[in-house]
Design a protein around this ligand. Structure first.
Ligand SMILES: Nc1nc2c(ncn2[C@@H]2O[C@H](COP(=O)(O)OP(=O)(O)O)[C@@H](O)[C@H]2O)c(=O)[nH]1
Ligand SMILES: [Mg+2]
Length: 259
């Protein structure tokens, strides 16, 4: 298998505040100083064994989670970060993780789960986090190669990174490479399908806009005609009502067609 000059995309997901951006920055050796809540997504790039690895750090707020799926097609593997000290949000994380692992485009793609913030005295260890997230059940049901590690994303960056993060990340890349042909075929097919879907949606949007423009022109012409007829003093009241009813019926029909 010839992988030089190859690129892989990894997505880093999890609830907001779990440590995704800190972990991504640590992996690529960036400082933590300007870590602010991720709006949309940030891209980081690193290299391993001559392979360029694009890391997409996706914002975790509930509104942004709705658009995560746009990045699934090109993804070869997943890093899921959970705040192991935030016991209040483990149920939310479980639901989020479950819907991700069951998503048809992600199902079966290798997953590294990082139980982060281990420097907090009350953080759960990997056994308890795996239990709360029902990780084993999910991994079996989705046939997903899975590994869980405990870590502290803010321990250091670059060379000073928590070594467990690097070990976990190496495992993720190795697992992807072992299954490369299969995952790569899925990625190629899913990207093509996504592009075709986007193209269809673009065409449908264009068609809707053209219809709306035609409707707008027709309404403007009809209204202009009413004005001219009223000014000419022909059938001043009756036609106006009739035409109004006609316009309303026409608009209702067109709006229904556009919906
Ligand atoms: N104590 C501690 N704080 C962390 C750790 N990882 C991240 N944080 C902090 O948690 C907050 C959210 O981190 P961030 O990386 O922005 O989370 P994101 O929303 O998932 O990207 C920031 O204040 C980080 O400094 C960790 O391992 N330990
Ligand atoms: Mg972030």
């Amino acid at each position: 298998m010839f992988l030089c000059n190859r690129q892989l995309t990894i997505i880093v997901v999890g609830l907001d505040n779990s440590g995704k951006t800190s972990m991504s920055r640590a992996l690529v050796g960036e400082t933590f100083t300007d870590t602010v809540p991720t709006i949309g997504f940030s891209k980081f790039v690193t290299k391993q064994k001559g392979i360029t690895i694009n890391i997409y750090d996706l914002g975790g707020s509930s509104r942004i989670r709705d658009i995560w799926h746009n990045y699934f097609a090109e993804c070869y593997g997943v890093v899921y970060v959970v705040d192991a000290s935030d016991l209040q949000r483990l149920a939310e994380a479980q639901q989020n993780l479950s819907s991700l692992m069951k998503h048809s485009i992600l199902k079966g793609k290798p997953l590294l789960l990082l139980a982060n913030k281990q420097d907090h005295f009350d953080a759960l260890d990997e056994v308890d986090v795996a239990d709360k997230l029902q990780l084993e059940i999910l991994a079996n049901a989705c046939q997903t190669p899975t590994r869980i590690e405990i870590c502290c994303a803010t321990q250091g960056t670059g060379k000073n990174i928590d070594p467990i993060i690097r070990i976990g990340f190496h495992w993720l890349i190795e697992t992807i490479l072992r299954n490369f042909e299969k995952i790569d075929r899925r990625v190629t097919d899913d990207i093509a399908a996504q592009k075709a879907k986007e193209e269809r949606e673009k065409e449908a949007r264009k068609e809707r806009i053209q219809k709306l423009k035609a409707l707008q022109n027709e309404v403007e012409e009809t209204v202009a005609q009413i004005c001219v007829e009223s000014l000419n003093g022909r059938n001043q009241f009756q036609p106006l009502e009739e035409i109004t009813v006609h316009i309303c019926a026409y608009l209702m029909r067109e709006i229904k067609l556009l919906m």
